[in-house]
Design a protein around this ligand. Structure first.
Ligand code: NAD
Length: 351
């Protein structure tokens, strides 16, 4: 049975994560998929109970999971200079190398563009934020007060595995097209290696097409005609910037789900933060967290050959499309007046 962790996080995490669990449970029940749920303490609540934001018992338990839901962490509110209030570091610890972010427009949600359906894959363990490949520090140093130096790392392994994840997703989509975003003519070694590995991987996916777009030109094309892109794969910092640009094109933070994937495990995590300004009011939009959970089910299903999980994800997709299209039982940021849990209930009913 697939083991799925529930890590609430802070602030609105306590409100939106339970909605994601509720919807996933209902969809799994419809398709007959058994799931073994494991609630695990993390964040402020964990600090209050155990004196740590990420206790060793949570780390040990997460290591045994197939995947988990991770609520937003309110880390900027944690007191400084107290190591017991540390931002839990999941990507590095569990080698979750790709951040998968869909960018999709909805007909009746105000957005800069319509007809957009892109999946971004951003490598998140190396690049300019090379946290995954240094054992200490963060790849930056200042030899004297006049010079600061940042290190950008691309490895064949890192590029190859994120490219493979991109083609695996492209293969499941109608257009089957992967766009690699880099600047190989200028950064011949780092971007060059990234592009080379993407093209190597492409040979294993003859049913898909590959195109290269230089990062500056991509930023322009994305703003002007995002409909031309299907699956986009890129390095850490480029992806950091371009996924925010993508989210801005289709309606912003509340509608931006995400999944961090590794070789063995995946973590569902919305793009938005813990929104302390609206926490406890029951008005947070659960869309991004629910759709992150949906992505987790889909990934688990494909990874483990579990058709019921893929079907449960498809049910959530259809139910969400319906609720968004009706635009009645949605939260106020989407023009409705539903509470967080009323929107979750409506999606469950639509399943
Ligand atoms: P934020 O995303 O929490 O909030 C930005 C704005 O968007 C706020 O006005 C908020 O009310 C609104 N918003 C965010 N999510 C929403 C939702 N689901 N429904 C409706 N409105 C929503 O960003 P911030 O204010 O910069 O950060 C708040 C805290 O979150 C900080 O402590 C920050 O460090 C943390 N943070 C955590 C993560 C993470 O754990 N993944 C990511 C980003 C920020």
């Amino acid at each position: 049975m697939l083991k799925v962790g529930i890590l609430l996080g802070d602030d609105i995490g306590l409100e939106v994560v339970p909605e994601a669990v509720k919807v996933m449970q209902a969809a799994a029940a419809k398709t007959g998929l058994p799931l073994d749920w494991r609630p695990l303490p993390i964040g402020r609540k964990s600090h209050e109970a155990k004196g740590l934001t990420m206790p060793q018992s949570t780390v040990d338990a997460v290591a045994t999971l197939d995947g988990w839901l991770m609520g937003p962490i309110g880390h900027s509110m944690y007191p400084r200079n107290d190591p017991t209030w540390a931002k839990p570091d999941f990507r590095k610890r569990f080698d979750l190398f790709a951040s998968v972010k869909p960018v999709k427009s909805y007909a009746n949600i105000e957005s800069l563009h319509k007809g957009v359906d892109i999946v971004f894959l951003r490598e998140v363990t190396e690049g300019l934020q090379s946290s995954g490949v240094v054992v200490a520090g963060n790849g930056e140093f200042r030899p004297n007060d006049e010079i600061s130096i940042g290190m950008r790392v691309v490895t064949r392994k890192g590029a190859n595995r994120v490219a493979r994840a991109a083609f695996e997703i492209a293969r499941t989509r109608p257009r089957k097209k992967v766009t690699t975003v880099h600047k190989a003519p200028t950064y011949k070694l780092v971007c060059g290696m990234f592009a080379e590995e993407c093209h190597k991987v492409a040979k294993d996916f003859p049913d898909c097409t590959i195109e290269d777009v230089l990062v500056d030109s991509f930023a322009l094309k994305l703003a002007l005609k995002p409909q031309q892109f299907d699956v986009v794969v890129t390095t850490n910092l480029f992806g950091d910037i371009l996924t925010d640009e993508g989210a801005a094109l289709v309606g912003g933070l509340g509608l931006a789900p995400g999944l961090c994937v590794g070789e063995r495990q995946a973590m569902a995590q919305a793009t938005h933060g813990s929104a302390p300004d609206i926490a406890g009011k029951g008005i947070a939009n659960p869309f991004a967290m629910i759709m992150s959970g949906k992505m987790l089910l889909e990934w688990l299903g494909r990874k483990h050959g579990e058709v019921k999980a893929v079907n449960a994800a498809a049910l959530i997709d259809a139910a969400m499309d319906k609720i968004i299209a009706e635009a009645k039982q949605v939260t106020s940021d989407l023009g409705g007046s539903a509470s967080t849990s009323q929107m979750g209930d409506a999606i469950v009913a639509a399943l």
